[in-house]
Design a protein around this ligand. Structure first.
Ligand code: CA
Length: 528
């Protein structure tokens, strides 16, 4: 059962100070609708859009989530539609005089006894899937690698039934770039750390062209890859693993098929080792969850993101790792985040990442207002301030105990702010590099987003989207808006689904259909 325009009007106010609420009914509400409390709509208000709960004078603050999301450009009568063209966006909070680790939330109660079936790696990390990944140093080799991967899948993979998939880590980097520029560290460490994602079992193989700027030993220097290749390399304890590289320009290769054959043969040894692995029962604390949103609407911050936030708290209580990201979507709530940091050092690291991103945007002649999309606005989000307040709730209520710069590997469990752009593909790619083994993605407008390397659980913000995209959305949080379910109930549902998906007992819809978006590296450095 979901509401329609003929059902009783439903509006949602997020905070007692708010002077606007959003219309929850599918299809919106027509003029003349009588809202709970007796207010009458003076015009049609689309679903997810805001209605003025009182007369607002010109230049008055429009309050949502208890904070000003904008200031009225003219007087707005109670019962009117408050849309983005009527609002002036507040300026960004400066990164000074912020509350640093001032909130000391009561410790969350530990949550014990939850487990999943995962693949334990030599370095202690745990995979949720068993995948052979083929690293590439440069885009030039993408076609050859792709050809070889198709052969591996057709000829070899059926003989290794415990291996889930073979993926080529294709990207646009590696040559034609200013590789010695300071910021080149971001794409390079991203690629390095993705190669070491827990779902790849420590098996690293590289396809290189030969003449590229990003040479294999620069991408994966000695000591960066695990010693899993000991038997192959015949190395003793303490020795470095030997990097397994197929170089296409090597003199040994005569003809295209020689290159393909070399990649296929190298893959065989890795597949044999991966195939010998078995799932074992591990505590839920081994989950490394990346949360993000895309195609957001006004319901994102009302239904799906609060449910994810509740689930984030469950994960942190279980000792797991959760990363939230998307710098431009949390920048406007920086004071909330620095206050929630577990120590002044963590708060300072957060400010450092935000300042770096402010400067990056300024260098490109853009500011944070470049974030919101036409779809966001159609969905009722007037500007980035409103979007940010709804985005931050994904992070739940736990203290923030860690901060990562883009492309860095996760250092400790708990709640980490992993600084990334909000772009779905770049955020997902950077969270993969951080070591994510499960991805949660909320969407209001709808996106078929998926990644080849980790399962992506998609959460719909509205029942209408969940109904239409019934074979793409894994969880429907729209039931929160209609009062059918609570935030807590959907949060628990998501938590239980995560353990099922992590164990390989359930596939997400994106996995079922094999919907995979490209890896997209964040390269803030110049290209040449
Ligand atoms: Ca995003």
């Amino acid at each position: 059962m979901t509401s329609t325009t003929t059902a009783a009007p439903i509006i949602i106010r997020m905070h007692e100070r708010d002077n606007v609420a959003i219309v929850a009914n599918d299809g919106g509400l027509p003029a003349g609708s009588v809202l709970p409390g007796g207010l009458v709509l003076v015009e049609r208000v689309p679903q997810g859009h805001k209605v003025a709960l009182q007369d607002l004078s010109a230049a008055a603050p429009v309050l949502r989530y208890g904070i000003p999301i904008g200031y009225t450009l003219k007087a707005i009568a109670a019962g009117s539609w408050v849309h983005e063209k009527l609002l002036d966006m507040p300026s960004a909070r400066e990164l000074v005089n912020l509350p640093m680790a001032t909130l000391q939330p009561a410790p969350l109660l530990p949550l014990e006894g939850y487990t999943f079936e995962g693949y334990r790696n030599a370095d202690g990390s745990v995979g949720t899937r068993n995948i052979l990944a083929i690293t590439q140093t440069v885009q030039c080799v993408a076609g050859v690698t792709d050809f070889a991967v198709r052969r591996i899948k057709a000829e070899l993979l059926p003989r290794f039934p415990n291996v889930d998939d073979v993926v080529s880590l294709e990207h646009g980097y590696g040559c034609g770039v200013a590789i010695d520029a300071p910021d080149a560290i971001v794409p390079i460490r991203t690629l390095r750390n993705i190669s070491l994602n827990p779902n790849f079992g420590g098996e690293v193989m590289v396809v290189s062209l030969g003449c590229e700027k990003l040479q294999p030993e620069r991408l994966l220097p000695p000591g960066s890859i695990p010693l899993i290749d000991q038997r192959q390399a015949g190395a003793g304890p303490g020795a470095d693993a030997v990097l397994d590289v197929v170089c296409l320009q090597d003199d040994a290769h005569v003809g295209f098929m020689s290159m393909v054959e070399a990649i296929v043969q190298q893959a065989r040894a890795h597949l044999e080792r991966l195939n010998a692995r078995r799932r074992e029962t591990v505590p839920a604390s081994e989950l490394v969850v990346g949360v993000q949103c895309g195609g957001s609407d006004a319901f994102s911050g009302v239904t799906a993101n609060p449910a994810v936030g509740f689930c984030t708290d469950l994960l942190v209580r279980a000792g797991a790792s959760v990363m939230f990201s998307e710098t431009t979507e949390v920048r406007d709530g920086i004071d909330q985040l620095t206050a929630r940091a577990s120590s002044p050092e963590v708060a300072e690291a957060m400010v450092r990442e935000m300042a770096w991103y402010d400067a990056y945007l300024q260098r490109g002649g853009a500011d944070r207002s470049a974030n919101t999309t036409p779809g966001n606005k159609k969905g009722g989000l007037s500007n980035i301030v409103e979007k940010a307040m709804g985005s931050i709730v994904k992070s739940g209520s736990a203290p923030i105990t860690g901060v990562l710069a883009p492309g860095e590997k996760l250092k400790a469990s708990g709640l980490t702010y992993a600084a990334t752009p909000a772009s779905d593909f770049i955020c997902g790619t950077l969270q993969l590099a951080a070591g994510m083994n499960l991805h949660v993605f909320t969407t209001g407008r709808g996106t078929p987003y998926g990644l080849a390397a980790v399962p992506v659980i998609k959460v719909a913000t509205r029942s209408d989207l969940a109904r239409r995209w019934h074979d793409l959305m894994d969880v429907n949080a729209g039931t929160i808006a209609t009062g059918e379910k609570t935030i807590e109930a959907v949060g628990w549902e998501l938590f239980e689904l995560m353990l099922e998906v992590a164990s390989g007992r359930k596939k997400t819809w994106a996995e079922h259909w094999k919907l995979h978006n490209a890896l997209v590296l964040f390269n803030p450095a110049p290209v040449t």
